[in-house]
Design a protein around this ligand. Sequence first.
Ligand code: ADP
Length: 182
Amino acid sequence: MQTQIVQTNLELIQGDITKAHVDAIVNAANNALVGGGGVDGAIRRAGGDVIENACAEIRSREGGCPTGKAVITTAGNLHAKYVIHTVGPVWEGGNSGEAELLASCYQESLQLAVENGVQSIAFPSISTGIYGYPTEKAALVALTAVKDFSEQSSAAPASVQFVLFDDATYTCYEDALRTLNL
Ligand code: ADP
């Protein structure tokens, strides 16, 4: 499923993000930028040790990555050139700024992408795994954030993919795209 927002082609794909042929893959990381499970583990396994080495450097220089922010590293053995690591909020019921922090993950990642000349980028569904954010709600936040960025930035990437691992997540994003009339 795909749609066009200004100059950005927005596409929903079901699959494994480590296989994506894009300039940058986004990782759902943690504050310490240390290896985790879920999509983070998959990206690190496929990309190799250089990703951990680059994360260790950022950790020693900046102490990690705050929630809602993003950092960029090499992508090692992946098809992509870069991995953009962003830290989503842990779901605490919805009244702790989760939606704003989640939107910020997408905006900050897209901003870093623009600054690094990235033309195509793939996102997983940030925060909806171990961090427990309800997927229907997260999908609306994620797609709205990408739409807003594309409408506001003339340098927005030409291609934005959401690579969604399982059926249920893919369906939530499809529903959200329809709800938002995109
Ligand atoms: P978080 O800690 O931000 O919740 P997770 O990695 O636990 O991050 O989950 C985020 C989403 O990534 C979930 O929908 C999970 O199913 C999905 N996921 C896990 N592995 C992959 C993969 N290889 N490609 C794409 N998505 C993946």
